[in-house]
Design a protein around this ligand. Structure first.
Ligand code: 5GP
Ligand code: ZN
Length: 113
């Protein structure tokens, strides 16, 4: 399977890794849309949010926990930040391996575009 983020997990493409354990990995987004912009993903390939099953709960449940830990380390917790997961084309998904975006360091607007 030709998945960019699976390659990143395997170390086949470089990334600035912020955190990893057996289940998840977090790394800096290559095209940051805010002063802080990192991604948290499950190491196991899951294409979209639509593909999640109940069995994925433990791993996917770790994503916001890791996101919040890193946000704290980066000093953006108190000011606040945005967490986003895009699903399929109309949701703006471009990489088909689920990922949680964490954006901070500037004021976010609502609704998102
Ligand atoms: P999506 O549009 O699917 O919600 O988000 C995909 C994200 O992955 C984008 O923010 C994009 O900048 C980021 N991205 C795409 N290719 C790479 C890459 O090779 N390395 C890293 N670190 N981020 C990437
Ligand atoms: Zn993948």
């Amino acid at each position: 399977m030709d998945c960019l983020f699976c390659k990143l997990v395997k170390g086949e493409i470089p990334a600035t890794i912020l955190y990893q354990d057996d289940d998840v990995i977090a790394f800096e987004d290559i095209m940051p849309q805010a002063p802080t912009h990192f991604l948290v993903i499950p190491k196991r390939h899951i294409s979209t949010l639509n593909d999640l099953t109940d069995d994925d709960s433990p791993i996917v449940g770790k994503l916001p926990i890791v996101a919040a830990k890193i946000a704290k380390e980066k000093g953006i917790s108190d000011a606040g930040y945005r967490v986003t997961m895009n699903c399929n084309e109309m949701g703006g998904q471009t990489v088909y391996h689920i990922h949680m975006h964490v954006l901070g360091g500037r004021a976010m607007t609502w609704p998102p575009g």
